[in-house]
Write a protein that binds this ligand. Structure first.
Ligand code: SF4
Length: 78
């Protein structure tokens, strides 16, 4: 399976290249960071479901520390 890597579709960089290897993508079979877009999105949904199940105070702590105060797992991106 040779699907487009999530890093080329979902991660914005100034050059448009993947930042993992300074723009020198060795291809999916040689890169330990490769992940197809569908798997990236599935993993993100699983991560958000876990975050949403945490206590409110823990969610707020994580939001302020890692998400600039936002809670994207609640679709709270305004
Ligand atoms: S395969 Fe690796 S180097 Fe290539 S775009 Fe994906 S993460 Fe970046």
């Amino acid at each position: 399976m040779n699907e487009k890597c999530f890093a080329l579709k979902k991660v914005m960089t100034r050059t448009g290249n993947c930042a993992c290897r300074d723009g020198n993508c060795p291809g999916y079979s040689a890169c330990p960071f490769y992940k197809p877009v569908w798997k990236f999105e599935r993993d993100l949904e699983l991560k958000f479901a876990k975050l949403a199940a945490l206590p409110e105070s823990t969610q707020r702590h994580i939001a302020y520390k890692y998400y600039r105060g936002l809670m994207p797992w609640r679709r709270d991106m305004a």
